[in-house]
Ligand binder design. Structure first.
Ligand code: PLP
Length: 388
């Protein structure tokens, strides 16, 4: 480990040097199957050719200007993203936390601009994850990300995920918005009960609240649809995205319907880097591959195949309690600590992730092949057999 880097992560003692598709190679030349995709970032796999080429070309002509000027690639990206969902406008930033910051500012000011200045509170869910800034860690309903950082930001209220009655009870004359992940990611891939997003929409409409979906992890095809909420007929008022949007270049965005978006007028929000030419070139090329080259189309089917394999493993290993998720956002809940499973899988050439202590999370690239799915399942099966 390098003492010059702050130890904000408990890192594995391995460094990767090269990647291609679903595979990466470490500095000793050892090959790994990547079933984590840099935590849901490399949805197109490593070094997707069109994205690499777009970055190369853009880097050679113009990397950065400023949002003081028009950025054609940003305008094109905004059009394509808004065409893919309910939204009419997009604001670009550099991360998921920043996208949520933008959404939080947007809903507070929206309520003020619409004659409801006392409404600033945002209802979020227990075990949610929305980022690491003071405001977004406050929005995250997890003690472990908040501990030690008080005073936290005022204006958040937490309810159990999936519990409609709790939301109804939490709404007050202070409430401005409801913010949820369509599927909780860091919490261990928790899928809400059917009808949950629909019920949130009804509550929001009834009380003039805004509904915000944090699609930072569920977006960009991860669940087999372009956006996680598109498994339902519900549309939010605001949606935040990041992670996979530019295939690994830092980018986030806050999308909103025109009625809501117009609240962020010139001077009310901004970002130096947000939506710069280089990141937009990467994001546009990412959409080319995801939408035009059929990557998204295959994701649901691949997810089904992988999930079936995980269920098959569950049948044979008593300590596997549950397999859950949607598309290629899947998890295996164990009756035992999962960290060692992740560590041994790594040593056997499979990257996956342990969340919440006992949950294995899988976020493979959407381009994963049937053969790679089989190989990952075989490694995992072997690790579980040897460990328990
Ligand atoms: C990863 C994540 C974030 C935070 O994104 P950063 O880019 O790390 O700031 C926010 N919300 C969800 C749902 C996430 O999965």
């Amino acid at each position: 480990m390098n003492g010059a880097v702050m130890s904000t992560y408990a890192r594995y003692p391995v460094a990767f040097e090269r990647g291609e598709g679903c595979r990466v190679w470490d500095s000793d030349g050892k090959e790994y199957l990547d079933f984590l995709s840099g935590i849901g970032v490399n949805n197109l796999g490593h070094c997707p050719p069109k994205v690499v080429e777009a970055i190369r070309q853009q880097a050679g002509s113009l990397i950065h200007t400023s949002n003081l000027y028009r950025i054609p690639g940003q305008e094109r990206l905004a059009e394509r993203l808004t065409e893919s969902c309910f939204a009419d406008q997009a604001f670009f930033c550099n991360s998921g936390a920043e996208a949520n910051e933008a959404a939080i500012k947007l809903v507070r000011k929206y309520q003020r601009d619409n004659g409801r200045p006392g409404r600033f509170e945002i209802i979020t869910t227990i075990n949610s994850f929305h980022g690491r800034t003071i405001t977004t860690l406050t929005a995250s309903g997890q003690e472990k990300v908040q501990r030690g950082f008080d005073p936290l930001a005022p204006g958040f209220r937490y309810v159990p995920f999936g519990d409609i009655e709790a939301v109804e009870k939490a709404v007050s004359s202070y409430t401005a918005a409801i913010l949820v992940e369509p599927i909780q990611g860091e919490a261990g891939v928790r899928v809400p009960p059917d009808g949950y997003l629909e019920a949130l929409r009804r509550i929001a409409d009834h009380h003039d609240l805004l509904l915000v979906f944090d699609e930072v992890q569920t977006g960009m095809g991860r669940t087999g649809r372009m956006w996680g909420h598109q498994w339902t007929k519900v549309a939010p008022d605001v949606m935040t995205i990041a992670k996979a949007i530019a295939s690994g270049l830092p980018m986030g965005a806050c999308l909103a319907s025109a009625r809501v978006a117009k609240t962020l007028s010139p001077g009310t929000h901004g970002s130096t880097f947000g939506g710069n030419p280089l990141c937009c070139a990467a994001a546009n090329a990412t959409l080319d591959m995801l939408l035009d080259d059929g990557v998204l189309e295959g994701a649901e089917e691949k997810g089904k195949r992988f999930e079936a394999g995980l269920r098959d493993i569950m049948e044979r290993h008593k300590l596997v309690k549950e397999v859950r998720g949607r598309g290629l956002m899947l998890a295996m809940v164990l009756n035992a600590p999962a960290e060692e499973v992740a560590a041994i899988s790594l040593s056997r050439g499979l990257l996956l992730n342990c969340t919440m202590g006992t949950i294995l999370r899988f976020l493979p690239p959407l381009i994963v092949s049937d053969e790679e799915i089989e190989r990952a399942l075989t490694i995992l099966d072997g690790v579980l057999t040897d460990l328990f």
